[in-house]
Design a protein around this ligand. Structure first.
Ligand code: AMP
Ligand code: MG
Length: 406
């Protein structure tokens, strides 16, 4: 069977999935989701002119000529805390003590910050030690947003500051592309979970926790669907149940050439299924398709392979389901600090590397550790995947494209 070039595989996977429908969610649940409505400010933000400093509200003209040596004395006509308003307008020759965020009283047009003032012992008079201009430290109404401004258009990815803006505007819910629920299975008779001693031939299941974390980190909702034995009937039941509960499924293991690789055969029987050998290392085998209309990604079992397969194939498709326009990891050109050698084999290699920024040039990379597809420790030390084209590898000083993992 010939190997499929990675871009072809990626295109076929992307063609399989569609963005989720839209729904209103509480603004606190909207992080990482794609906005599906226009957001307009109905009000001025800030809603009223207020002070950006603790100090005294004054008429700028009254401070004319004030210096530290020759301060101007103004009579204190009250105190305005944030959340309250002055009980009367400010008159000529007066100052009102005012706290950050409090409304500037009628009649005042500037703030003298507290550091430039001195209050006399009986709290009746304040000495202003500097002349201030009209508008000094005053934040006018609508200074952030004028009523009627279109703030956000559909399509943006919602982050913490957007959520803060929704709250500022008094929104409780926001229309978004729904967050997909992604079910994760591990398969393999050799797998156990937990601290108990390993029996002969057993290893601990690392893919399921890793994939659940990758799903969560990409902004989707992970659903732990547990472990499956290498038993075709059990796997079939579990995949059907999972497909009914979730918007997408991930399995690990059971998609290569072994005698007990039932995921592959099952997918072929149950759904519209594609199985391919992709021209990459690690993560050559990959199965994908739909079961009961739910997309399913059959990732390889080796721990590094399942993670790299997720990165290159599942993650972009899942982000497309989230409604993202940009589904790709950021990539940079880096300089190899050491040779990253490989053998020609018709595949693109994704070498686990440490990427270090440098102040006077491109980032630098070094191998992050063992490069075997079973050597998860090397991936755990890595923050990038260096894309090493087919051939003998790269020499120290060569330019290399790197996908950034963080
Ligand atoms: P398979 O693709 O099922 O043939 O598995 C390939 C390799 O990955 C074998 O060495 C498995 O033991 C290992 N493997 C499969 N699933 C997991 C898992 N969930 N956690 C750790 N290793 C796994
Ligand atoms: Mg297996």
């Amino acid at each position: 069977m010939s190997m499929t070039p990675l871009p072809d595989a990626q295109e076929r996977v992307m063609d399989l999935v569609r963005p989720m429908e839209t729904a209103a969610v509480p603004i606190g649940d909207a992080r990482r989701l794609v906005l599906a409505q226009r957001v307009v400010s109905e009000e001025n933000i800030p809603p009223f002119a207020n002070t950006g400093m603790d100090g005294f509200a004054v008429r700028a003209a009254d401070t004319s000529g004030a210096t530290p040596e020759a301060p101007v004395a103004l009579s204190i006509a009250g105190t305005i805390a944030a959340g309250s308003v002055a009980d009367r307008p400010l008159q000529q020759g007066e100052a009102m003590r005012i706290m950050t965020g409090a409304p500037v009283p009628e009649g005042a047009d500037a703030i003298v910050m507290v550091e430039l003032t001195e209050v006399d012992a009986d709290d009746a008079t304040v000495l202003c030690k500097a002349e201030v201009a009209v508008g000094n430290h005053v934040r006018p109404a609508g200074d952030d947003l004028v009523a009627g401004t279109v703030l956000f258009e559909p399509g943006i990815v919602i982050g913490p500051a957007h959520i803060g803006m929704f709250a500022t505007l008094g929104m409780t819910d926001v229309a978004v592309v729904k967050r997909p629920r992604v079910g994760v299975f591990s398969t393999g008779d050799e797998l156990i979970t937990g601290p108990q001693p390993l029996g002969p031939g057993q290893i601990r299941d690392s893919n399921r926790p890793q994939l659940l974390a990758l799903v969560a980190e990409a902004g989707l909702e992970p659903v732990d669907l547990g472990w499956l034995p290498d038993d075709e009937a059990v796997i079939e039941r579990a995949l059907r149940d999972g497909a009914a509960q979730c918007d997408a499924l991930l399995t690990s293991g059971g998609v290569s050439m072994g005698d007990f690789d039932f995921v592959k055969t099952l997918l072929r029987r149950l759904g519209e299924m594609n199985w391919m050998q992709i021209a990459i290392k690690p993560a050559k085998p990959f199965a994908f398709g739909t079961i009961l209309g739910t997309p399913i990604f059959g990732l390889p079992g080796n721990p590094v392979s399942s993670a790299v397969s997720f990165e290159l194939l599942a993650r972009p498709a899942l982000l497309k389901m989230m409604g993202y326009a940009d589904t790709q990891r950021r990539s940079v050109w880096a300089l190899a600090d050491e040779p990253l050698l490989r053998n020609p084999d018709g595949k693109t290699h994704f070498t686990r590397v440490r990427v270090a920024e440098s102040i006077d040039g491109p980032p630098r990379i070094r191998s992050a550790g063992g490069q075997g597809s079973h050597q998860l420790s090397g991936l755990a030390m890595a923050n990038g995947l260096a894309v090493i084209p087919d051939g003998p590898g790269v020499q120290a000083g060569d330019r290399v494209k790197v996908l950034l993992l963080d």
